[in-house]
Design a protein around this ligand. Structure first.
Ligand SMILES: Cc1ncc(COP(=O)(O)O)c(C=O)c1O
Length: 394
């Protein structure tokens, strides 16, 4: 029988061909043909506790029976609990909830501009870094310094500028040229190819932005919430931002984004300046609250670091065997294998062999398993990856 092509149904924003997924358990996904896959993509760094985690299953049931939605005209209890927990466990004094990463960055742009414009009308410029990724809506897209995402959608917004990551001299030059409201940076770039930021660069940004009343915004949508082995990636650099944007794992698999900020960046916002119907939804927040309680534990984070080191070591061993591997990148369980050529054929081959991996920019394949992944699952993933490498590159 001819397989149905579901692409007939959808605007083709994604290239999808295979059977749809039906269920998941732990680090595994199952499709409609009942084929089993090790999920080392975690729904693009979302499923931090794997699939069907018992605590999250219980939470969704309990909260589902209580309240699904009440709007932001009123408080809801899970939203208050999660905001308190986020504040208690970070630098922030205030929280804004929305539904996604791109929305979190949109809000942060608006918060930064509102404060900066009160200082001077021309203080609206935003700086970000090449290979960064901040989202697809126009503000966040304008902050995303990758031309391929702009193509076909120009003009992007006025006042957005880009510079090379880790280049202090070039960054200082551009910062002096315009009047900036905000600097957006991913402390560890994900989509752009798993690119690390130097601590000295973040320290330079911190000093410069503080001296010039510019908001320093860390986009930890992908690298935050335990993914790199500390609750927040900024803790590894000991550099505190003014605002931090979160999403992906925050809602335990349901849509939830957030801006965490210092009080001074919420002081210029008044009711009506910004809003969202669904942001801070009770079910997403109840899930986020339970998830955060699990992830923030020292023992949990230590295990993420140990498993990350274990996986990185295994991937590094492959580098000496396969010259097509240029470097192994990243930290914790946000790792990348960069190739000397486009590794795209590896992705469907690994999937066929039962392993899900996701591509990133610059010929890089991301390894972003659930933070709850087991060592024997890492062994199995590396063995499937090796078998597929051997098939293509021996
Ligand atoms: C660092 C970073 N920022 C922002 C986004 C956008 O998030 P969303 O897809 O939820 O809008 C992403 C998504 O990949 C991301 O990795």
């Amino acid at each position: 029988m001819k397989k149905k092509d579901y692409n007939d149904l959808f605007v083709p924003t994604y290239k999808r061909t295979d059977a749809p997924f039906i269920s998941g358990k732990g680090s595994y996904l199952f499709d409609s043909d009942n084929k089993k896959y090790l999920d080392f993509g975690s729904g693009i760094a979302v499923n931090a506790l794997g699939h069907a985690h018992p605590v999250l299953k219980k939470t969704i049931k309990e909260q589902g029976e209580l309240l699904l939605h009440s709007s932001n005209l009123y408080f809801n209890k899970p939203q208050i609990d999660l905001a308190e927990k986020l504040i208690k466990n970070s630098f922030a004094q205030k929280v804004f909830f929305c539904n996604s990463g791109t929305e979190a960055n949109e809000a942060a742009i608006k918060f930064a501009r509102k404060k900066a414009i009160s200082i001077s009308e021309d203080k609206y410029h935003v700086l970000s870094f090449y290979d960064g990724f901040h989202g697809r809506t126009y503000g966040a897209l304008s902050a995303t310094a990758q031309e391929k995402f702009h193509q076909g959608f120009l003009p992007i917004l006025d006042g957005f500028h880009y510079v090379k990551l880790n280049d202090i001299e070039a960054t200082e030059q551009i910062l002096k040229k315009y009047s900036f409201a905000a600097v957006f940076i991913e402390p560890l770039q994900g989509e752009g190819g798993i690119n690390s930021t130097d601590t000295s660069f973040l320290k330079f940004l911190r000093n410069y932005t503080a001296e010039n009343s510019i908001a320093l915004v860390f986009d930890e949508i992908q690298c935050g919430m335990g993914r790199t082995g500390t609750l927040w990636n900024y803790q590894q650099h000991k550099v505190i931002p003014d605002m931090m944007t979160l999403a992906k794992p925050l809602g335990g698999g349901l849509p939830l984004g957030a801006v965490l900020c210092k009080k001074e960046f919420s002081d210029s916002i008044t009711p009506g300046d910004h809003g969202t119907t669904f942001g801070g939804n009770p079910v997403s927040c109840a899930l986020g609250s339970r998830l955060l309680s699990i992830i923030k534990e020292k023992a949990f984070l230590k295990e993420v670091r140990q498993k990350g080191n274990y996986l990185k070591k295994k991937l590094s061993a492959l580098q000496s065997l396969y010259p097509v591997i240029e470097s192994i990148r990243g930290s914790g369980l946000l790792l990348g294998v960069r190739f000397t050529q486009d590794p795209q054929p590896l992705i469907p081959l690994c999937k066929e062999n039962g392993l899900i991996l996701i591509k990133a920019n610059h010929n890089t394949i991301r390894f972003i398993p659930p933070l709850t992944v087991k060592l024997n699952e890492i062994d199995k993933a590396v063995s499937i990856f090796t078998k597929s490498l051997k098939h293509l590159y021996s």
